[in-house]
Write a protein that binds this ligand. Structure first.
Ligand code: AMP
Length: 370
C-alpha cells in the first residue's frame, strides 16, 4: 500500500484490510454471545457503514434482520454538528432489539440523532456498534456498546468512508497526511542542464536544492571519508553504490526539516534509490509530486559536457570515454526511472534544448501545476 490522492489531499495507509476484518469478526462474535437466541434487527447507517454492515452481517452467525437509514453528519473534513434523517425506517420495531451499525463515531452528533429517532419506537433495547471510534473528540454522555477500533482524531477514508465522495471503495483505511511540501525530481541525462535550472527554480519556488553530485564533490574537496570513497567511482563515471548515496541523501533531507520542499537533482539514479526515496518521504507524510525531465539527445550532451569540462574542473567532464560511461550508466540504470514515475502518473518531460530562460519557463509551468 502506498500514499493515495483523493481530490486535492493525500492519504497514507493506516489499517490493512486484514486488521479491519479481524476487528469486524471480533465484534460479530461478541454481539452473538450477548444476544444468544434473540433475533435482532441490524440497522446500518448509510452511506459510510455499507461495507462494515455487509462484512459484519456476513460474519454474524444467527438469525437477524437487516435495514438501513441514511443520515448526514458532516461536510468536507470537519464535523459540522448538524445532522438530519434522510431516509427513515419502515419495519415495525416494537419490542425488538435494534443494533445500530455505524462506520465511525467522532463527536457523537450522529449518535445523538440516532438515539432521538429510536427513542419513541418502543424497542426492547437499542444497542450501538461502531467500527471506528474517536475517544478524543467524543462529547456526548451516550452509551456505545460495541467498538471495533479506537483511533486518534485523524481524518480517515476507505472501507466505506469517503472524502467528498471518494475513497469508499478502498478495502483498507487511509489517514489524511499533512503533506505540505512540493518535492520535485529534476531528471535528465548528464549535461541536460539540471544544475543550472535547479539554481533558478529553487529561488523561484522557495525549495531546497539537493544535488547528490555536488554533495559528493563537496566531500571530495574536503577530503572526507565519504569523499574519498565516492571519488573512486566518480572519476571513472560509475555510479556511487546505492547505500552510500542514500544515506547521504537522507541526512541532507533531515538537515532541512523546515524546507517547503526539495528539488532532487541527480537523485534518484536507480530504481532502488527511487523506492527508498518514496518510503523515506512517506514516513514523513510526504511524497514526490512529480519528476520533471529535461529531454536532450546524447550527441548534443557529449559536446556540452566536453565544453563544460574546459572550465568545470571536473575530471569526469574532460574525457569522452568517461562521459560515454556516464551515459552508459544512465541508460542502463537511470533511464528506467521514467517508467517508474510514469506508472504513478508523475512523469513530465520537457524539451531541454533552447535558451535557459525558455526552459525555466517550461519547467515552471509544470511545477506550478503539481
Ligand atoms: P552529477 O553531478 O549529478 O553529474 O553526478 C556526478 C557523479 O556523482 C555521477 O557520475 C556519480 O558517480 C555520482 N553520483 C551522483 N548522484 C548519484 C546517485 N544518485 N547515485 C549514484 N551516484 C551518484
Amino acid at each position: 500500500m502506498s500514499i493515495i490522492k483523493l481530490h486535492d489531499r493525500y492519504f497514507r495507509p493506516y489499517l490493512t484490510a486484514d486488521k479491519i476484518s479481524q476487528a469486524v469478526t471480533n465484534m460479530a462474535r461478541i454481539v452473538e454471545r450477548d444476544l444468544q437466541d434473540e433475533v435482532p434487527i441490524f440497522v446500518g447507517i448509510l452511506n459510510g457503514s455499507f461495507m462494515f454492515a455487509a462484512d459484519f452481517i456476513r460474519s454474524y452467525n444467527g438469525n437477524c434482520e437487516v435495514s438501513f437509514v441514511k443520515l448526514a453528519s458532516y461536510e468536507n473534513i470537519n464535523s459540522t454538528g448538524t445532522v438530519k434523517q434522510l431516509v427513515g425506517i419502515n419495519e415495525n420495531l416494537e419490542g425488538r432489539t435494534v443494533i445500530i451499525l455505524e462506520d465511525i463515531i467522532d463527536t457523537g452528533a450522529t449518535l445523538e440523532e440516532i438515539y432521538t429517532i429510536f427513542r419513541d419506537k418502543n424497542l426492547k433495547q437499542l444497542k450501538i456498534a461502531t467500527l471506528f471510534f474517536k475517544p478524543d473528540v467524543f462529547r456526548k454522555a451516550l452509551p456505545i456498546d460495541y467498538i471495533g477500533v479506537s483511533i486518534p482524531d485523524k481524518f480517515i477514508v476507505g472501507y466505506g468512508l469517503d472524502y467528498n465522495g471518494l475513497g469508499r471503495n478502498l478495502a483498507s483505511v487511509y489517514q489524511l497526511t499533512t503533506q505540505k511540501m512540493t518535492n520535485i525530481v529534476l531528471f535528465g541525462p548528464p549535461g541536460a542542464g539540471k544544475g543550472t535550472q535547479a539554481e533558478v527554480l529553487k529561488e523561484k519556488f522557495n525549495l531546497v536544492h539537493i544535488s547528490t553530485g555536488d554533495l559528493f564533490r563537496y566531500n571530495i574537496k574536503n577530503k572526507t571519508d565519504l569523499g574519498m570513497l565516492a571519488k573512486s567511482f566518480m572519476d571513472k563515471g560509475d555510479l556511487v553504490p546505492d547505500q552510500v548515496t542514500i544515506d547521504m541523501l537522507k541526512a541532507e533531507v533531515n538537515r532541512n526539516e523546515d524546507a517547503k520542499g526539495f528539488i532532487f537533482d541527480g537523485f534518484p539514479r536507480t530504481e532502488d534509490q527511487a523506492k527508498v526515496l518514496d518510503a523515506f518521504l512517506s514516513e514523513k507524510g510526504e511524497s514526490i509530486n512529480g519528476m520533471v525531465a529535461l529531454e536532450v539527445e546524447e550527441d548534443i550532451l557529449v559536446k556540452r559536457l566536453l565544453e563544460r569540462g574546459k572550465t568545470s574542473g571536473r575530471p569526469d567532464d574532460q574525457d569522452e570515454d568517461k562521459i560515454r560511461n556516464r551515459f552508459n550508466e544512465y541508460n542502463t540504470k537511470t533511464a528506467i526511472l521514467k517508467d517508474y514515475y510514469q506508472a504513478q502518473g508523475k512523469y513530465f518531460g520537457i524539451n531541454g534544448v533552447g535558451s535557459i530562460g525558455d526552459i525555466t519557463e517550461l519547467l515552471s509551468e509544470v511545477i506550478e501545476q503539481l
